[in-house]
Ligand binder design. Structure first.
Ligand code: ADP
Ligand code: MG
Length: 539
């Protein structure tokens, strides 16, 4: 049984493994004659659910039975559900259908699949990560681990171009999302004294509402307008079939324009044939604002990591096939740009990581295929992937040191720390004879020591800086014995690993320990009540 790497993308998904020589290879989707599977699900009827290109072809004519871009919904606090033929589907269940299609791809070609690594955007918080894992399990897969997409892309790049310390900027423009991440690859020695390459995320940013689809939409509107002009019609007079015809052709036109200076498309406009010619220069002009948007994200990330420090810029994501993207990024980083397997790098990197994990587990992993050859050993033994905390985490506590009591979030563990990250601090009950303490645990993306949390000390929502993306993960109830004085030290410990936040509190007078494991908000019912808080030590 081989291990597989899965890129569960917003618009296209991809699955890869290491071949007999230890090189990553993508499993072809022969049905769609492609390396990828469209992340689109069509609920044709009660008995037939279609995933892939065939599902995509129903977007305009049967849009209400088609689900796409579900990755934008997964693990979101108020994520929507989908209803078809009397059944309700969550984003996790829809994602599981896409994963099942990838699994079937392997099985239909005689492979067997169980252990996988699934990729997630670097900006995903704990809930999105845990929901992605659930989708994998629902599809009958054993999810060994998740890995950040830019890390996977860098891993796949470095497997071929092994080098010394490097700082790499990954520009990932996919179908529905844009991410820019700066990673540092550094040489280090592992526990057994072997030289290994460590990958660390320095900064990440992006827009989950910007991607190839926006280029498609511009092209769609352009062709629709041309069809109207040629036939003397208004857009309202264009039939649904014609719209679907345009919709299903725009992506192909866009791909042609990546190769050629112009592309021709024939559309059946309400029964009469219309030919539209699009020049690459016109396409570039109508989408220049989109390119500029991605460049603004680069500018803002360069405020955190100066451009001189960047050695290589990796272009990944299918939309980086567009020459306008290569040119814009090349202009910003002359001589540093590498286009690397745009639509496969992420899945391949995940496959490398999966084999690396199995290697760590060692001989306990049985192999019935000849894929774990010495070559694979050579490739993977050079790397160790150091995962970082995807968010900052900390408890809500009362600061009594000022004139007024303030309920604040003290960031124990900051975003970007190496996993497992551990921190502890001692607090005190707010009052004498307090019977119970509710320790609220928050996640956020701020690197400040102290910020305002998204709920007040009573547990009611309150305004806070939206840029910090503060989210309440849950709370730990700490019971105190009668006559506990407000000077009783309560030691609070946090441990963040890939699966969530472990919180522990110890009443140091009685040695009583309270624990919670927080992964998603739904793990714990939030209690709304006042004053049961811990306070920061008085000065
Ligand atoms: P995801 O966002 O799901 O990770 P990908 O990285 O596979 O997706 O990128 C998919 C996007 O790339 C789609 O919008 C697709 O149209 C676009 N794309 C793929 N190949 C090309 C090409 N040759 N030229 C322009 N765009 C392309
Ligand atoms: Mg992607």
């Amino acid at each position: 049984m081989s291990t597989y790497g899965i890129d569960l993308g917003t618009t296209y998904s991809c699955i890869a493994r290491l071949d007999a020589n230890g090189n990553p290879e993508v499993i072809r989707n022969n049905e769609d004659d492609s390396n990828t599977v469209a992340s689109v699900v069509f609920f044709e009827n009660e008995n037939n659910v279609i995933v892939g290109q065939a599902a995509k072809e129903n977007v305009e004519t049967d849009g209400e039975r088609v689900v796409q871009f579900v990755k934008r919904e997964i693990g979101k606090p108020e994520s929507r559900t989908y209803e078809f033929d009397g059944k309700t589907y969550t984003p996790v269940e829809i994602s599981a259908l896409i994963l099942t299609r990838l699994k079937n791809l392997v099985e239909s070609q005689g492979g067997s699949i169980e252990d996988v690594v699934i990729t997630v955007p670097a900006y995903f918080g704990l809930e999105e990560r845990s929901a992605t894992r659930q989708a994998g399990e629902l599809a009958g897969l054993n999810v060994l681990s998740l890995i950040n997409e830019p890390t996977a892309a860098a891993l796949s790049y470095c497997a071929r171009q092994f080098q010394e310390d490097r700082t790499i900027l990954v520009y990932d423009l996919g179908g529905g999302t844009f991410d820019v991440t700066v990673l540092k690859m550094s040489m280090t020695q592992n526990d057994s004294g072997r030289d290994v390459q460590k990958i660390t995320v320095l900064a990440t940013d992006g827009d989950d509402m910007l991607g190839g689809k926006d280029w498609d939409d511009k092209l769609y509107n352009h062709i629709l307008r041309a069809c109207c002009d040629d036939n003397g019609l208004t857009p309202e007079e264009i039939e649904a079939e014609t719209r679907q015809d345009i919709r299903s052709k725009v992506e192909e036109v866009k791909r042609k324009l990546s190769k050629k200076q112009s592309a021709k498309v024939r559309i059946d406009v309400n029964g009469s044939r219309t030919e539209v010619v699009i020049k690459r220069t016109d396409f570039e002009q109508m989408t220049s604002d989109l390119v500029a948007k991605t460049m603004n994200f680069i500018d803002s990330i360069l405020e955190k990591v100066p451009a001189e420090q960047i050695d290589t810029v990796l272009l990944v994501g299918g939309s980086t096939y567009m020459p306008m993207i290569i040119e814009a990024v090349e202009a910003k980083f002359p001589g540093k740009v590498q286009q690397h397997d745009p639509d496969q790098a992420v899945a391949k990197g995940a496959a490398i990581y999966a084999s690396l994990l199995v290697e760590e587990v060692g001989s306990s992993a049985q192999s019935d295929e000849p894929s774990d050859t010495p070559h694979a050993e050579q490739l993977t033994s050079k790397f160790t992937v150091e995962d970082q905390t995807p968010r900052s985490f900390g408890p809500g506590v009362v600061d009594t040191n000022g004139a007024k009591h303030k309920y604040v979030l003290e960031n124990f563990i900051k975003i970007g720390e190496t996993i497992p990250a551990v921190a502890e601090k001692t607090y005190y009950p707010l009052e004498d004879n307090q019977e119970r303490v509710l320790l609220r645990v928050f996640e956020n993306i701020s690197t400040d020591d102290t910020i305002i949390p998204c709920v007040d000390d009573d547990g009611n929502p309150q305004a806070c800086d939206p840029a910090n993306k503060v989210k309440l993960l849950g709370e730990l109830a700490i019971n105190l014995p009668p006559n506990t004085s407000r000077d009783t030290p309560i030691k609070v410990m946090f441990k963040v690993d890939a699966s969530g936040v472990h919180v522990e509190a110890i009443n140091t007078k009685t040695n009583e320990t309270f624990e919670a494991f927080l992964r998603t908000e739904s793990d714990i019912d939030i209690e709304r009540s006042a004053v049961h808080q811990l306070r920061i030590a008085s000065e």
